[in-house]
Design a protein around this ligand. Structure first.
Ligand code: UD1
Ligand code: CA
Length: 463
């Protein structure tokens, strides 16, 4: 068993942000949440997060989203404060009074290295234990190592020194082997030398990496895929990491039997679930806790957020959030479903139709130019073009109910609260303000009057 410490106290000056760096989002999760998730599967005995800059915010964000760490056996998060941010070594020094009795290994993770795979952490810990190292450090050979600390080894391939990019000589900068910011330490050995750290470097900070010459043996473990160790220091790194993450997610779905047409123009959160033979068309984005059923076609040009789409459905140029769409239903083009809407199977919600908190029964259609808000529709209902539920009286929202097989004529307004029974027909252009019984025709508009032979009298001026 190992304990984990996550460094999350820094401000992240290079992000030029009011938000602490580790709270920036990479897709569906913050950076620090991702680091946390990467270490959970190694089943640490304890997880300690070191917070400092806007620490309350970091702490609350982690506690609020604790369901992301989905294993019940996880230890409860512990937080240690680093009131002044004097460097990564200073951050770990804060653990000294806290881990006085602790005698096992400590895995240290930078809170801004969000793409680590659990297997990589496992490999690092296994190597550490097998070799009984004092410290084992995750390393990578980067094509562009700028900004990373460089790893130097002796002739037996043990690490002797880590030199930060800004402290490197020109010759040292030629070394492309870098420190990933992921370490496994024998805690008692580390604890003994932590107080010795000096801040004699370009940044006048206490570097955790400066413990290396005082520990023996220190081994480096190269990561298989160097993209895992990208560290986020600025917005450009954040964008690079997002691309790497997207590539991983999309490769996985393609391998699982999903067609992505023009993957570069598609984004999919890692919280999304897709079944076989889903086809995702260009310029489509699927976010949050969304699920798409087998054989459905999504896009082009659609956004699905926190929604469930059934099997063999299609969604074309539409936005769906917090809603459910059942099997064989066609949505769009240009529909907007939101606020917990539920659409049954074999329905059609078409051009310029907005649904808000609307429940639509199976085989019902609203094909053109409608707003259905706070409405419950039965089965086989046909909503005529331009039908509007007037659900808001300026103070409160009210419900509209439409029974099975009812039809509304074009341009009807249903003024809520109002209930139309089953098999009701609403004449075009009606403004329905009172409930209508089953099996009825309702026409609620001014009668058409015709005066035969009537013409506007012409004045003398306009001849
Ligand atoms: C660090 C490493 C560098 C490595 C790189 C990998 C040191 C001295 N350098 O550099 O060798 O290649 O990570 O990404 O460790 N933090 C605190 N308290 C502080 C300072 C930082 O908690 O006082 C936290 C930050 O919030 C961040 C992490 O430590 O999550 C790393 O800090 P950062 O300043 O980004 O270090 P780098 O310069 O990237
Ligand atoms: Ca960093």
């Amino acid at each position: 068993m190992v304990a984990v410490a996550i460094l999350a106290a820094g401000r992240g000056t290079r992000m030029k942000s009011d938000l602490p760096k580790v709270l920036h989002k990479l897709g569906s999760h913050t950076l620090v949440e991702r680091v946390l998730k990467s270490c959970v599967s190694i089943q640490p005995s304890r997880i300690i997060v070191i917070v400092g800059y806007r620490g309350d915010l970091v702490q609350n964000s982690l506690l609020d989203n604790n369901d992301n760490i989905d294993n019940d056996n996880n230890p409860t998060l512990e937080f240690v404060e680093q009131t002044e941010q004097l460097g990564t070594g200073h951050a770990i020094q804060q653990l000294l009074p806290y881990l006085k009795e602790f005698s096992e290994d400590l895995l240290v993770l930078n809170g801004d290295v969000p793409l680590l795979r659990p297997e990589t952490l496992k490999q690092l810990i296994d190597t550490h234990k097998e070799n009984q190292n004092s410290a084992t450090i995750l390393t990578a050979n980067l094509p562009n190592p700028k900004g990373y600390g460089r790893i130097f080894c002796d002739t037996n391939n043990f690490v002797t020194q880590i030199v930060e990019d800004r402290d490197c000589t020109t010759a040292q900068k030629q070394n492309h082997r870098v420190n990933a910011g992921v370490y496994c330490f024998n805690w008692p050995a580390l604890a003994k030398i932590l107080p010795e750290l000096k801040a004699d470097n370009d940044q006048k900070e206490y570097y955790l990496t400066d413990v290396v010459p005082f520990l023996n043996p220190v081994m480096a473990v190269d990561v298989n895929d160097y993209q895992e160790i990208v560290g986020i220091n600025d917005r450009k790194h954040l964008a690079t990491a997002y691309q790497i993450l997207q590539m991983r997610i999309k490769d996985n779905w393609m391998a699982a039997g999903v067609t992505l047409i023009d993957p570069d123009s598609i984004t999919i959160d890692d919280t999304v679930l897709l079944q076989r033979d889903v086809i995702i068309e260009p310029q489509t984005h699927i976010r949050g806790r969304s699920m798409i059923g087998a054989g459905s076609r999504i896009g082009p040009g659609s956004l699905i957020e926190n929604s469930q789409i059934g099997k063999n459905a299609s969604v074309l140029y539409s936005v769906i959030s917090d809603s459910v769409v059942s099997d064989n239903t066609r949505i769009g083009p240009y529909a907007h479903l939101r606020g917990d809407s539920q659409v049954g199977s074999h329905c059609r919600i078409g051009n310029f139709v907005e649904l808000k908190k609307a429940k639509v029964g199976d085989r019902s259609n609203a094909a053109h130019l409608s707003y259905l808000g706070d409405a419950t529709l039965g089965e086989k209902v046909n909503v005529g073009a331009g039908t509007i539920t007037a659900n808001y009286d300026g103070v409160k929202k009210h419900q509209t109910k439409i029974g099975d097989r009812s039809k509304t004529g074009a341009n009807s307004v249903l003024v809520a609260p109002v209930t139309l029974g089953e098999d009701v027909t609403v004449g075009a252009g009606s403004v329905v303000t009172k409930d209508v019984e089953d099996d009825s025709l309702v026409v609620a508009r001014a009668r058409q009057t015709v005066r035969k032979g009537w013409r506007l009298k012409q004045s003398e001026d306009n001849g």
